[in-house]
Design a protein around this ligand. Structure first.
Ligand code: 13P
Ligand code: SF4
Length: 307
C-alpha cells in the first residue's frame, strides 16, 4: 500500500530516471504541487516548458495547456495528466464560427485568450494570457481588436486599455461565471478587513469591485507580499487552500465555494505516478500544419510579452 509520501518519493525517483519535467497549473492539488518542477499560471507554464531540459513534459492541468506546450516545444513528448481534462471555455467556440467572425470583422486583429484549442489558434493573430493580456493588447498597432473567447477577460482588458476598440464575443469560463455581485456583498460584510483578490475571468460586476485583479500567479504573489492579514479569493477554490499552506499566519476565505473547476480536479497523484511510469495520461499529437499555424500567435505573444 502507498501513502501520499511514498507515492511522491516514487514519482520523484521515476521522473529523474525517465527524464520527465512535471509542470503543474496552480489549480492542481497540494500533493501534486509537491512533486512538480514548476508551478504557475498558463503563461509561466508555457515559458518553463520552453526552457525545460527534459525530453518529456508532463502537464498536470487541462488540454489547452498541454497543447500550448506542444506548440512551443514540438520536439518534446508532451503528456496531458488526464485525457478527460478539458476546459469548458477553450471548447466553446468552433473553427467555423471564428471564420465567420473574421469575415465580419476583416480589419480587426484577432486576439485569442490562451484558453483556446490549438485548431482555433491557427486562425488568430496573437495570444494572450490573464497575466499578459493588458500589456499585449496595449502594444498592438491596430486599434481594432476582436477578442475571443472570454468576454469577461475581454471586458477587464477594455477597462484597462480604453484607447482600443475591443469587440467582445459571447463566451467565458463556466466556473468563474458562478461568482456573483451578491458573493462580493456577503464577503465584504462578513470579512470587512479582507482584501478582495479576483481572477479576470470573473464577471465585470465582480472584478470591478475587487482590490486586485490578476492571474492565478498574480493573486498568489499579491497575497504573499501584502501587509494585509485577511483575503477573500475569487478564483478556483484550490488557491485558497494553497495560500493557507503558504501563509499560515494570514487568513484566506472563498469568495464562492462554487468556483471549483472539475476539469482541474480530475488529475490525482496516482495519475501523475502512472504518467511518469509510462502507462498513463495522453500524449498530445498535433498535425504539422496545426503546429505551424498555431505557433505564430503563441510566438507573437512571447515576443510582445518580453518587450
Ligand atoms: P491563469 O492564466 O491565471 O493560469 O488562468 C488560467 C485558467 O484557466 C484560469 O481559469
Ligand atoms: Fe477552463 Fe474555467 Fe477550468 Fe480555467 S477554471 S480551466 S477557464 S473551465
Amino acid at each position: 500500500m502507498y501513502t501520499t509520501k511514498t507515492l511522491q518519493d516514487e514519482i520523484i525517483r521515476l521522473k529523474k530516471e525517465k527524464d520527465v519535467c512535471i509542470l503543474a497549473h496552480a489549480y492542481q492539488s497540494q500533493d501534486i504541487w509537491e512533486v512538480a518542477d514548476y508551478i504557475g499560471d498558463s503563461y509561466g507554464l508555457g515559458l518553463e516548458a520552453a526552457k525545460a531540459k527534459q525530453n518529456i513534459v508532463l502537464m498536470c492541468g487541462v488540454r489547452f495547456m498541454a497543447e500550448t506546450v506542444k506548440i512551443i516545444s514540438p520536439e518534446k513528448k508532451v503528456l496531458l495528466s488526464h485525457p478527460m481534462a478539458g476546459c469548458g471555455m477553450a471548447e466553446q467556440m468552433d473553427f467555423q464560427a471564428l471564420l465567420e467572425l473574421k469575415k465580419a470583422y476583416p480589419d480587426y486583429t484577432v486576439a485569442a485568450y490562451i484558453n483556446t484549442t490549438a485548431k482555433l489558434k491557427t486562425l488568430c493573430d496573437v495570444c494572450v494570457t490573464s497575466s499578459s493580456a493588458v500589456k499585449i493588447i496595449q502594444s498592438l498597432e491596430n486599434p481594432n481588436i476582436l477578442f475571443i473567447p472570454d468576454c469577461n477577460l475581454g471586458a477587464w482588458v477594455q477597462s484597462q486599455v480604453p484607447e482600443k476598440n475591443i469587440k467582445l464575443v459571447q463566451g467565458g469560463c463556466p466556473v468563474h461565471k458562478l461568482i456573483t455581485a451578491l458573493d462580493v456583498e456577503r464577503a465584504r460584510s462578513v470579512h470587512p478587513k479582507a482584501k478582495l483578490l479576483v481572477h479576470p475571468e470573473c464577471p465585470k460586476e465582480v472584478f470591478s469591485r475587487a482590490d486586485y485583479v490578476g492571474s492565478t500567479t498574480g493573486i498568489i504573489k499579491y497575497a504573499k507580499e501584502s501587509d494585509a492579514r485577511e483575503f477573500v479569493i475569487g478564483t478556483d477554490s484550490s488557491i485558497v487552500e494553497h495560500l493557507q499552506f503558504a501563509c499560515p499566519q494570514k487568513k484566506f476565505y472563498y469568495l464562492s465555494k462554487a468556483c471549483s473547476c472539475n476539469d482541474m480536479r480530475l488529475t490525482t497523484l496516482m495519475d501523475v505516478y502512472r504518467c511518469v511510469k509510462g502507462d498513463g495520461g495522453e500524449e498530445i499529437l498535433l498535425e504539422e500544419e496545426t503546429l505551424c499555424l498555431a505557433k505564430r500567435c503563441v510566438q507573437k505573444m512571447m515576443e510582445l510579452e518580453s518587450v
